[in-house]
Design a protein around this ligand. Structure first.
Ligand code: BG6
Length: 467
């Protein structure tokens, strides 16, 4: 396949945990599409790390199905190419010597290709494994590449980064000993969704809305992410986390930042992060004595059996109302809501405007997924001889305007941006810490007892109605 517009430099993509769920469901299918679209440099190598002895063929035997699910068909030429680009490396992640052997392997790949390559290490492993792996990588000097003067080795990590404010800080301290901040790419795949990126474009390239973007006009904002599926067999990952850590601390607070930040002077990574950080700093954590009024949590029936933990108090549904302490957003409630095993799979940002003469408010809704688009609710005069009105919707749909190839999807974007070293869509250490700071009082309160945990029927729209 030919190299196309992104002009990516050659890279070695080292994937720790390549046989795991995330890699199978998201990463390898994303790489398949990048190969299919000819976007990867022809010298790019995928190096899969696994504990077990897994051959390239075995790896893709499992994943082929996954690609088929998205695509319905699998292009044999692309499968052949991705197989040829992939190599496997078996190692024990706790063995220091194995990291030195990995270093030699990477050097050998470069010698073989006859070119210095960016080295990207993707940690698709449980969060608690990050720190030990990074330390051993440092000892084996895997943070260096053959061009020492540039940040040509990069570390890609999945959320959640840390388990709470303190552990996140510790993890950051550990990682910066080995990789500089600009080498660390903390993935938040929601930020990499087209529809989320477009919120910035919508806000700052359409000046008519910016003048309305404050508490004079906006009555409230709701950012929600609902799933109709349960935890889909991911008990070991999910049970220690819960909805607050899995979705709110990262995806929803990032979206909150994007929806409420001030206009950056330019659309650069640095400026966007600076403005997002500034607003996250002004978000007030829920005071501990208001947790009961301002936050809710629930767990779907059958969850405890699924995770085989009869005492689990892990929330599969969480809701929290926040306020931002600055003149623009003073007194505007911002509700963040997420849940599994609800009635639908839907993520959206709903902005409600103050009513005028009538009590009805206009609403602007960013449909993140599915049926991607933006809609504006307007009061319209019903055709006829009276002045009766009705709420109608002005609708922009991605499908109608751009067709719906579904690509690049979030993981394709994440990989391309990491290879080209663009950190705009990745979370900075400051953002991570600020987000933990916001949810920490809630984590503390919820860890004390589970009195307020609502047990809800799977498939319900609102867990509170389950009571
Ligand atoms: C992940 C969470 O970050 O996002 C999962 O760990 C969740 O629990 C997933 O299911 C949802 O992502 P998407 O893109 O399918 O909405």
């Amino acid at each position: 396949m030919s190299d196309k517009s992104t002009n990516l430099e050659p890279a070695i993509l080292v994937i720790f945990g390549i046989t795991g769920d995330l890699s199978q469901r998201y990463l390898l299918p994303a790489l398949y599409h990048l190969v299919k679209d000819g976007l990867l440099n022809s010298q790019t190598v995928i190096l899969g790390i696994s504990r077990r002895d897994v051959s390239v063929d075995e790896l893709f035997e499992q994943v082929e199905l996954c690609i088929n699910e998205v695509d319905k068909t699998c292009d044999p030429a692309v499968m052949k190419e991705i197989r040829e680009r992939t190599d496997m490396f078996q190692m024990d992640l706790e063995d220091q010597a194995a990291y030195r052997a990995l270093h030699e392997k990477l050097d050998a790949i470069e010698t073989n290709q006859g070119v210095c390559m960016n080295r990207l290490y993707y940690l698709s492993v449980p969060p608690k494994a990050y720190a030990p792996i990074v330390r051993l990588m440092g000892e084996a000097e895997l943070n260096k590449s053959c061009r020492h003067d540039r940040a040509d080795t990069r570390l890609l990590v999945e959320k959640p980064f840390g388990y709470d404010l303190q552990s996140a800080q510790e993890l950051i301290n550990e990682t910066v000993k080995v990789f500089k901040e600009e080498q660390i790419f903390r993935i938040d795949h929601y930020v990499a969704k087209e529809t989320v990126q477009n919120i910035l474009t919508f806000r700052f390239k359409n000046p008519i809305f910016e003048s309305l973007w404050n508490n004079q006009h906006i009555a409230g904002i709701e950012i929600s992410q609902r799933e109709d599926q349960g935890i889909a067999g991911r008990a070991a990952f999910y049970d220690p986390l819960g909805a607050l850590r899995d979705i709110i601390q990262n995806h929803l607070l990032q979206i909150l930042g994007i929806v409420t930040m001030d206009q950056p002077d330019e659309f650069s990574s640095q400026q966007i992060h600076a403005k997002k950080q500034a607003v996250l700093e002004q978000v007030e954590p829920v005071p501990i004595d208001q947790v009961k009024q301002r936050a809710k949590r629930g767990q779907y029936k059958g969850y405890r059996e699924e995770v085989n933990n009869p005492d689990s108090a892990t929330e599969t549904y969480a809701e929290i109302t926040l306020f931002i302490n600055n003149p623009r957003w003073h007194d505007v409630p911002i509700k963040l809501l997420t849940g599994k095993a609800l009635n639908e799979r839907k993520a959206e940002v709903d902005v409600a405007f103050h009513g005028h003469e009538t009590s009805t408010t206009n609403r602007l809704r960013f449909r993140i997924q599915p049926n991607e688009g933006i809609e504006l609710e307007l009061i319209t005069k019903k055709p006829g001889f009276s002045y009766e009105t009705q709420t109608t919707t002005m609708d922009f749909s991605y499908q109608n305007n751009f067709g719906d190839s579904g690509h690049p999807n979030a993981y394709e974007r994440v990989l391309v941006d990491a290879i080209r070293g663009d950190r705009t869509l990745f979370s900075t250490s400051q953002e991570v810490l600020l987000s933990w700071r916001i949810v920490q009082p809630l984590l503390d309160a919820w860890s004390k007892n589970a009195d307020d945990l609502i047990i809800y029927e799977p498939g319900i729209a609102d867990p509170e109605k389950s009571q």
